[in-house]
Design a protein around this ligand. Sequence first.
Ligand code: HEM
Length: 464
Amino acid sequence: LPPGPLCLPFVGTLLSAGLSQHPTDIAKLRKKYGDVYTLMFGSKVIIMVTGSEAMREIIIKHADSVTDRPPVSQMLQLNNGCGIIATSGELWKQQRSFALKTLRSFGFGKRCLEHQILQEVEIFMGEITKRGGEPFYAKEVLSPAFANIICSIVFGKRFEYNDERLNIVLRVINLDFAKINIVLRMIGMTLPWLRHLPGDITGFKQRMRYETEIKFFINSEIQRHKDSFDENEIRDYIDAFMLEQIREKNNANSTFSDQQLLASVRDLFIAGSETTATTISWALLYLMANPSVQNRMRKEIDDVIGKTGKPSLEHKSKLPYCEVVITEVQRLGNIAPFAVPHHVSDDVIWRDFLIPKGASLMLNLDSVLMDPITFPSPEKFDPERFLNEEGKCVGQNSFIPFGLGRRVCLGESLARMELFLFIISLVQNFEILKENDQSELSFEEIRGGTRSPVPFKVRFKPRN
Ligand code: HEM
């Protein structure tokens, strides 16, 4: 095995390596044991992979053996063995490729989706304008805005920002994401019987309650689709899935079950709303802290699009400074520091180590995005580190916030479109300001399912 901290019976490396997921603790372990090291929870082997080179080697060269997900994860159990994020093997392959194909047909990575996103941007900016320049919690409008984009693709409809049902679900997702402790989740995976004990050591029971709310919401949308389904008029992802169920009805091995429909919609909804909203929250914080960066972006936007022109993806290549700001926000925001655990499905011999079948593989994206060699003074917000002498965006090789390999984020193209159109529109139309001149900005983080900033208030001052 790759080296690692002292391993004791039953507790493994818990006492010697602690429970911290903080980057400085991970960096210390990396310094001591190298880019690849072993942690043990009980008898469960966790291989930590740090740094871009090691990550690319294992994920790309040994893809056949490290693409699966752990077979006993909480998410898999909560999803009854279905879905996209937590599944493996043939089921995952079929469902991921169906999701990609279908989402592309609804505009992923294409211009037609741009129109839909821009409509939501308009509504989002209207909501901000209603606040009259007063400070408010950014997430109040960010969460429904991004949920709405994924809702229009998956459910074929959007919701009002004050829709009670949507807000209950978004609150639950926010709480759920904040509560996920990756180490406790690993312990729960190693000792699944813990969840039958009184109390809720690994948080499984709480997550179960949250999931019930989310599934209730999604099930009501699925029922609405069943009641109005017309195979000649496919409106959205749910319709496309139901059509596939009809096509596959004589296939005894079909993976297109009702449970799979619920679980994959749940995965898309959760992965598609919270992640982008959190990234924009980080963007707002960094822009509030750096008015000169905002001003430079605004100048570039004014020169290319004008004060009142509509941003479009066509402007992207003409807005290199804005592009590097978004890249730097994603690097420092670093919202998925451990990606999602992978599972080793066959013994792998790599760098003279045995990576044993059954181990979990954790990709520490932190270690790449915050690498002091690639990104000197990594804690500093410095968009220009991505700008070359000709003023072009460069250095994206070590920029892997969406993960890499076969499990790379399925929503990457949508997320990139959303980040660009929302951030450019915000900076074009508003000055983004702190709650008041005296308030201190906090860059403190909450590490859960995503790495998010502690809730903060922001003021949007219309430019004119
Ligand atoms: C800034 C926004 C986002 C970031 C940083 C992000 C990041 C990630 C990362 C790191 C992974 C795990 C990769 C791995 O396992 O190695 C992932 C998986 C995934 N993401 Fe995203 N994501 C974002 C937005 C989205 C959106 C908008 C969607 C909507 C469709 C989405 C859907 C998914 C799905 C379904 C998976 C699981 C893929 C699989 O297991 O095959 N993500 N994402």
